[in-house]
Design a protein around this ligand. Structure first.
Ligand SMILES: Cc1cc2nc3c(=O)[nH]c(=O)nc-3n(C[C@H](O)[C@H](O)[C@H](O)COP(=O)(O)OP(=O)(O)OC[C@H]3O[C@@H](n4cnc5c(N)ncnc54)[C@H](O)[C@@H]3O)c2cc1C
Length: 389
């Protein structure tokens, strides 16, 4: 086994860390407080190649591998988890599926502006009455004159207010009410109307919106992959996307650990540093161990995806473990900081609020356990297709 990162992976990790420490982390508390989406930041990240890390150079990306992208997400999320999810959804849930499933014409047309960060991407699957059970979605794409007329509502769409390109899922077979009548479409901002900006527990520097598609006509060139086979695209997108969310959770937990460790070495009580108390030492030891375990699961899943090998089970394990670990360990970081941890004077309360979402989106922890159980029990692929995240 090879545990060393390559020179290129280390370079991308260092570049992202340096930029994030200088240009993101110092603003993260204010963006959180003001609920500010730092739009201009993503243009700068695009200039550094970080909006298309693992997109081939011919399509405007940095041409690095998937693990490099995961390393970049981890570093961005360590500075600001809202920035992390913006880049994660943009890349894994919009740009990469167009690259994987698009025709040559679709790739050449839609991918370069996304990979260069000139446009943001969004992934619109969830609806008010279709979350985990996304196969029951109702947004309708009715066949008309060689194209489709799309009508429906989507809910909690990350980047929705700022995206130029939407990967949107709609029902093309009205005779079915399950995942088999769903198709994937590439829409522009003009095709959608944002109806509401969501208020959230955390991730306040990211944008999450409800939107409607009203009577939007699209030609055949907007269909991604085959008609009525779009749910496969959604599932394979989430298989990869979950590795990105695991990296996000990992970055948040690492930030919480760094803050807790530094504080424990400074804060004094009963004549000693609190780091000298075994109770605090054990908390830090558990944090360091669990972060390591999550990192290994996440990097392994990224490596499998990069190698073109099956990674559904491994990606679900990485997301399940990393997200639950981040929720647990950000709470422990608050405990180590005591009363200060509960205040906005330190960032750990933000890490705690931000960590929670990683157990919910791109498939809840319950859905991850379902995916893992079906894989280890050898239940049929088709059944897996019916459960979603
Ligand atoms: C901040 C944020 C950003 C998001 N971004 C996007 C985005 O960009 N694009 C997008 O399409 N969606 C997005 N989502 C939606 C997200 O993916 C869904 O919230 C998630 O899939 C869960 O769906 P739900 O909230 O409807 O919960 P539900 O499906 O209603 O689930 C409720 C509860 O029931 C449990 N449950 C459901 N089914 C089962 C089962 N079979 N077995 C056991 N337990 C089950 C769930 O685990 C959960 O605990 C976002 C959500 C949030 C909050």
């Amino acid at each position: 086994m090879e545990f060393e990162l390559t020179a290129e992976q280390r370079e991308i990790q260092a570049l992202t860390r340096e930029f994030a420490e200088a240009e993101i982390e110092p603003h993260a508390a204010a963006w959180d407080r003001e609920h500010r989406f730092p739009r201009e930041l993503f243009t700068r990240l695009g200039g550094l190649g970080l909006m298309g890390v693992c997109v081939p150079e011919e399509y405007g990306g940095a041409g690095a591998d998937f693990l490099s992208y995961v390393l970049a997400l981890e570093e961005l999320s360590r500075a600001d988890a809202g920035v992390g999810v913006t880049v994660a959804v943009h890349t894994s849930a919009c740009t990469l599926p167009i690259l994987a499933w698009g025709t040559d014409e679709q790739r050449a047309r839609f991918v370069p502006p996304l990979a260069r960060g000139e446009q943001l991407g969004a992934f619109a699957l969830t609806e008010p009455e279709a979350g985990s059970d996304a196969g029951s979605l109702r947004t309708a794409a009715a066949a008309e004159g060689g194209g489709w007329r799309i009508d429906g509502r989507k809910q909690w769409i990350t980047n929705g207010s700022h995206a130029g390109t939407f990967l949107l899922f709609a029902r093309t077979d009205p005779t079915r009410d399950d995942s088999r009548g769903v198709s994937a479409f590439v829409l522009d901002a003009e095709h959608v109307r944002v109806t509401r900006e969501e208020e959230k527990l955390g991730l306040n520097s990211s944008s999450t919106v409800d939107l409607v598609v009203e009577d939007a006509f699209v030609e055949r060139d907007r269909l991604l992959g085959e008609e009525n086979r779009g749910f496969r695209i959604a599932m394979s997108t989430l298989d990869g996307g979950r590795i990105g969310i695991a990296a996000q959770a990992l970055g948040i937990a690492q930030a919480a650990y760094d803050a807790a460790r530094a504080y424990a070495l400074e804060r004094r009580a009963f004549g000693s540093r609190i780091a000298d108390f075994q109770a605090i030492q054990w908390k830090l030891a558990d944090m360091a161990t669990e972060i390591d375990a999550a990192r290994l699961l996440t990097y392994r899943a990224a490596w499998l995806k990069q190698a073109g090998r099956p990674h559904t089970e491994e990606g679900a394990k990485a997301k399940l473990y990393a997200s639950e670990m981040a929720r647990r360990q950000t709470a422990e970081a608050i405990q180590i900081l005591g009363g200060y941890g509960y205040t906005k004077e330190f960032p750990v309360e933000r890490y705690y609020r931000d960590a929670k979402i990683t157990e919910i989106y791109e498939g809840t922890s319950e859905i991850q356990r379902l995916v893992i159980a079906r894989s280890v029990l050898g239940l049929r692929q088709q059944e897996r297709m019916l459960a979603q995240g």
